[in-house]
Design a protein around this ligand. Structure first.
Ligand SMILES: *Cc1c(COP(=O)(O)O)cnc(C)c1O
Length: 414
């Protein structure tokens, strides 16, 4: 166990210790990590890190002290709203990530229900089976009951089943654009109709798709409607620290009607200091992540994001073609955006063993438990590793088949 150091060390030594610490991590720079990392290129990396450093010390909690951060946050929200089909009167907040964006949307829905439907004692929300686990985390913290509704056989939200599950205490329903596990879009227009018909809040979780799908659509790939252009969508989450290529700690939660944002607020006056009032979860917030996100958006513009989207789709097709060409593997259909799954089509090729062996070769292997498959979330950083990946995968599948290897990986952990 490390005890608190009595004396300090030279920065060169501290720096060396940090570089050494990283050595056992997966080499995302070599394209070996199809998750967690969203890296476009060296040029943008430089822009984002310098922007972060310019605001390294500032605290975005201090709105009176740092009006520039308030402006940058507002502009990030405005740019996001304009990208995602919002009309006049819409609003939103810059947050620390998808988890906070979703937490705040649920808090706003809960507190609106408390104000407008006080007869509801135990509010509930309805989630498709494939919606992100963080909805349950937020519901747990907020005292909301989260009900999972089995998805259709095609892994999309079963809207008819969701309609049957709505009761007098249902305050919100969810659709994903796309879902993180399966990579598929729920039918947001149908969910929007249901929300309007039954007067419930519809939250669209576009943490993955928000800053990617619009640009993939501009490249003429078919992308289903999912944003505020769809009637009935009340709020939407979109992660800037995923396909927005911002520094970690960056997302937005957006509302069709800016008035709903007021329900995010928490206020307390009964302490010695006076009014404590915040509209997001944390107190102190890094100014750097605001500046870095703003810098990424303004540096890249639509043009830059389209280029990134092109790299992602080309990389995905190269990987899918390569995997299809390996006997014993099967790519699951369809794949609508950046996420695809593959499994075994041959009883003598155990997919767990393939995952184990690829891991031993230094590839981080994403997994999904239902259906049991290997999960690839394509990002621009993996484009450099595609040929090496496919070559290793070919060898691994051949070896697993001839040795009848059975894997040990638990596909429920990822
Ligand atoms: C990543 C993700 C989240 C959670 O976001 P964090 O930034 O990890 O907190 C929620 N929903 C979807 C669809 C995601 O991909």
């Amino acid at each position: 166990m490390m005890s608190f150091p009595t004396t300090g060390k030279a920065w060169t030594d501290v720096k060396q210790a940090l570089s050494d610490a990283k050595k056992g991590d997966y080499a995302w720079e070599d394209g070996r990590l199809p998750v967690y990392i969203y890296y476009l290129d060296e040029e943008l990396h430089e822009v984002v890190t310098q922007a972060y450093q310019m605001y390294f010390t500032e605290n975005a909690l201090g709105r009176r002290a740092f009006p520039s951060l308030e402006r940058l946050e507002r502009e990030i929200v405005e740019m996001s709203l304009s990208l995602l089909g919002a009309g006049p009167g819409a609003g939103g907040s810059f947050t620390s990530g998808g988890t906070e964006s979703i937490f705040l949307a649920l808090k706003a829905a809960r507190d609106r229900a408390r104000a407008e439907r006080p007869e509801i004692r135990q509010p509930n929300i309805l989630l498709p089976y494939t919606a992100h686990a963080t909805f349950n985390k937020a519901a747990h913290l907020l005292g909301i009951e989260a009900r999972r509704i089995p998805s259709r056989p095609d892994h999309r939200a079963d809207v008819a089943a969701m309609e049957r599950a709505i009761d007098d205490n249902t305050i919100l329903i969810v659709g994903s654009a796309p879902s993180y596990p399966n990579g598929l879009f729920d039918t947001i227009p149908e969910l929007g109709q249901l929300a309007l018909k039954r007067n419930v809040w519809l939250h669209v979780d576009a943490c993955v798709g928000g800053f990617l799908a619009p640009f993939v659509r501009q490249l003429n790939y078919p992308i289903p409607p999912f944003d505020f252009s769809v009637p009935g969508v009340t709020s939407l989450s979109a992660d800037l620290h995923k396909y927005g290529y911002a520094a970690k700690g960056a997302s937005v939660v957006l509302y069709r009607d800016a008035k709903l944002k007021e329900y995010q607020r928490y206020e307390y006056v009964g302490w010695s200091r006076g009014i404590y009032s915040t509209e997001t979860f944390p107190g102190s917030r890094p100014g750097g992540s605001v500046a870095a996100a703003w810098a990424a958006m303004t540096f890249l513009g639509e043009e830059g994001y389209r280029r990134a989207a092109g790299i992602i789709m080309d990389t995905k097709h190269k990987l899918i073609d390569g995997i299809r060409a390996i006997e014993g593997l099967r790519v699951l259909e369809p794949s609508e955006l950046c996420i695809f799954l593959y499994d075994s089509s041959d009883p003598s090729v155990d997919i767990s063993a393939v995952a184990d062996e690829m891991g031993k070769k230094g590839w981080f292997v994403g997994r999904i438990s239902d259906p049991k498959a290997i999960h690839v979330a394509v990002n621009p950083a993996i484009s450099t590793g595609v040929d090496a990946y496919l070559a290793d995968l070919r060898d691994v599948v051949a070896a697993v088949r001839s040795n009848r290897t059975v894997g040990k990986v638990d596909f429920r952990t990822y």
